[in-house]
Design a protein around this ligand. Structure first.
Ligand code: GLP
Length: 243
C-alpha cells in the first residue's frame, strides 16, 4: 500500500497558508517554472496568500508559465462564471506573471479538440508541468477527470458527471444553464507533473478522501490515479480525518 504524505490543516485559513508555503518554496528554490492551477472554493485562500506575497515582493511568477486545469465548454473568457475569469480574478490579475506566460483553456474555442491539442503543445513547450496544484471533487474527480475516465489521456473534452453538475448548480441561475461539457488536462498530464499538491476541503469530499486514503487505485475514484506519484503532497482539512 502506498504511504501517503498528508498534512492535516486545522481549518481553511491554515490550509491556505500551508498550500501557499508549498508553492512559494517551490518558486523560490527554482524547482518550479511551470504551474497547473485549479479553480473551486478550496484554493481561494491560497491564491489570496500568494497574491499578497507577490505584491509584497516575497515571491515572483515572472519566470513561471501558468496553466489552468480545466474550463466549461461553451463559456467565453469574459463570462464571470468561466474558469478563465476565476483565474484572472483570484490570481493572475494580481501577480507579476507576464501575459505571454499565461495559458488558460478557452471554453468558446470553435474547435474544442484543437484547443486541447494546442494546450498540450504549450505544456510540452514549457517542458511539462513542474507543479500541479489540484482540488478534489466530491465524486473523486481531479480537474474534470470524472469517474471512469481513461488514465492515459492528455487534455481532452469531457462530459460532466451528474454529481459534478449538481455541485456546480448554485453558481448558475437554473438547471439548464449548468454546463454539461468541459475541457480538462488529462490524468496522464497530471501524473506526469514532477510535483503534485492536492488540496482537500469540504464535508462533501469525505468519501473521495476515504477512497484516496485506502491506498488502492480505483478507476471509479480518479483521485486514486495519483497514488504512487513520487512527489505527491496532500493538504487536507482536519475535519476530513478518518475517525
Ligand atoms: C471543480 C473543478 C475542480 C475542483 C473542484 C472542487 O469541479 N473542475 O478542478 O477541484 O471543482 O471544487 P471546490 O474546491 O469548490 O470543492
Amino acid at each position: 500500500m502506498t504511504k501517503l504524505n498528508v498534512t492535516w490543516a486545522a481549518d481553511r485559513a491554515a490550509m491556505a497558508k500551508l498550500a501557499a508555503n508549498h508553492v512559494s518554496a517551490a518558486l523560490l528554490d527554482g524547482s518550479v517554472t511551470s504551474l497547473a492551477l485549479p479553480t473551486g472554493d478550496t484554493p481561494i485562500g491560497m491564491y489570496e496568500e500568494l497574491s499578497q506575497r507577490c505584491q509584497r515582493g516575497e515571491i515572483s511568477f515572472g519566470d513561471t508559465t501558468l496553466f489552468n486545469l480545466d474550463e466549461y465548454v461553451g463559456m467565453s473568457p469574459d463570462n464571470p462564471r468561466s474558469y478563465h475569469a476565476f483565474m484572472r480574478r483570484h490570481l493572475i490579475d494580481r501577480i507579476d506573471a507576464p501575459e505571454d506566460q499565461v495559458n488558460l483553456l478557452r471554453g468558446d474555442a470553435s474547435d474544442a479538440d484543437e484547443e486541447c491539442r494546442a494546450f498540450d503543445r504549450a505544456i510540452a513547450a514549457a517542458g511539462g508541468i513542474d507543479l500541479a496544484v489540484l482540488g478534489l471533487g466530491a465524486n473523486g474527480h481531479i480537474a474534470f477527470n470524472e469517474p471512469g475516465v481513461a488514465w492515459d489521456l492528455d487534455t481532452h473534452v469531457v462530459a460532466l458527471d451528474e454529481r459534478t453538475r449538481q455541485a456546480h448548480r448554485p453558481n448558475f441561475p437554473d438547471e439548464v444553464s449548468v454546463p454539461s461539457t468541459g475541457v480538462t488536462m488529462g490524468i496522464n498530464t497530471l501524473r506526469s507533473a514532477r510535483k503534485v499538491l492536492l488540496l482537500c476541503a469540504g464535508e462533501s469530499k469525505r468519501e473521495a478522501m476515504a477512497a484516496l486514503l485506502s491506498g488502492r487505485e480505483d478507476p471509479a475514484w480518479p483521485v486514486t490515479s495519483l497514488l504512487g506519484h513520487s512527489d505527491l503532497v496532500i493538504v487536507a482539512e482536519e475535519a476530513l480525518m478518518p475517525s
